[in-house]
Write a protein that binds this ligand. Structure first.
Ligand SMILES: *[C@@H]1O[C@H](CO)[C@@H](O)[C@H](O)[C@H]1NC(C)=O
Length: 266
């Protein structure tokens, strides 16, 4: 008798499965590895340099010329509390000028990338000039970026900020320094979280070699990699997502050159 009921039980099970699939259709799936914006948080912003933003070039992240490398003038130096020893290099923020007469009411927010550190100055009080002293969260913006959301002569304004995914055009870029026995790479144009927790390099004749964090967004390997095509394995600091960039540089790679890839975080 049991055999007669079996098909019936089987089809009700199928019905339940289909119903479950239907119910879940269209539900947003929170895919692992995709960077989610953080909550809005209060901080303050000042600016450094002049309207040319030349003072923002060559910052502590190692991006060099920000125009050449795609960051432009929408950048900020972060107080050491936010800078996180350089692991915050490349992270992106929406900033709202907040409850100051100097704010431009028609600007809802601007978006900036962290490219530099604003070091503490212990000869100034943290509420009177020592804006970047720990534990303050502070953004020392390029003057052109500051001028987009506030009157520059205010000097300092309160802001609400949140981390957002970095929208980057194209793939990761690797700028090389060093030599055949010491490779130093600056990783630029990082999408998604914008940050990096670890990198490995693989020569065409080597295994994966873990690179150590040098400073800012630069990583190094003390290994004989000269004359070999190089691939990289990069892990995001925030999302922990890992991506592979195969054959980024040809075997005749050279220090001083920047190599582009077609892969990036989202
Ligand atoms: C730190 O603050 C003092 C006092 O205002 C100032 O004279 C000095 O130039 C500042 N140092 C730096 C590195 O900005």
């Amino acid at each position: 008798m049991g055999a007669i009921y079996q098909p019936c039980r089987f089809s009700s099970l199928l019905l339940i499965i289909f119903a479950w699939m239907f119910i879940n259709l269209g539900k947003p799936t929170k895919a692992a590895g995709i960077f989610q914006p953080s909550k809005w948080t209060l901080a303050h912003a000042t600016f450094y340099g002049d309207e040319t933003a030349s003072a923002t070039m060559g910052g502590a992240c190692g991006y060099g010329n920000l125009f050449v490398n795609g960051y432009g003038t929408d950048t900020a130096a972060l107080s050491s509390t936010l800078f996180n020893n350089g692991y915050a290099c490349g992270t992106c923020y929406q900033m709202q000028c907040y409850q100051s007469k100097a704010c431009y009411a028609h600007v809802s927010y601007i978006t900036i990338t962290a490219t530099n550190i604003c070091p503490p100055n212990w000869s100034e009080a943290s509420d009177n000039g020592g804006w970047c002293n720990p534990p303050r969260a502070h953004f020392d913006m390029s003057k052109p970026a500051f001028m987009k959301f506030a009157q520059w002569n205010a000097g300092i304004v309160p802001v609400m900020y949140r981390r957002v995914p970095c929208a980057r055009r194209g793939g990761l870029r690797f700028s090389f320094q060093g030599n055949g026995y010491w490779l130093l790479v600056y990783v630029m144009n990082v999408g998604g979280g914008g940050d990096i927790s670890s990198i490995s390099v693989k020569g065409s004749k080597t295994r994966w070699i873990s690179m150590s964090h040098n400073w800012g967004a630069s990583y190094q390997a003390f290994a004989a990699l000269g004359g070999q095509a190089l691939s990289f394995k990069i892990t995001s600091y925030t999302t922990k997502q890992t991506i592979f960039a195969w054959n980024v540089a040809p075997s005749n790679w050279a220090a001083g050159l920047t190599y582009s890839t077609r892969v990036n975080f989202s």
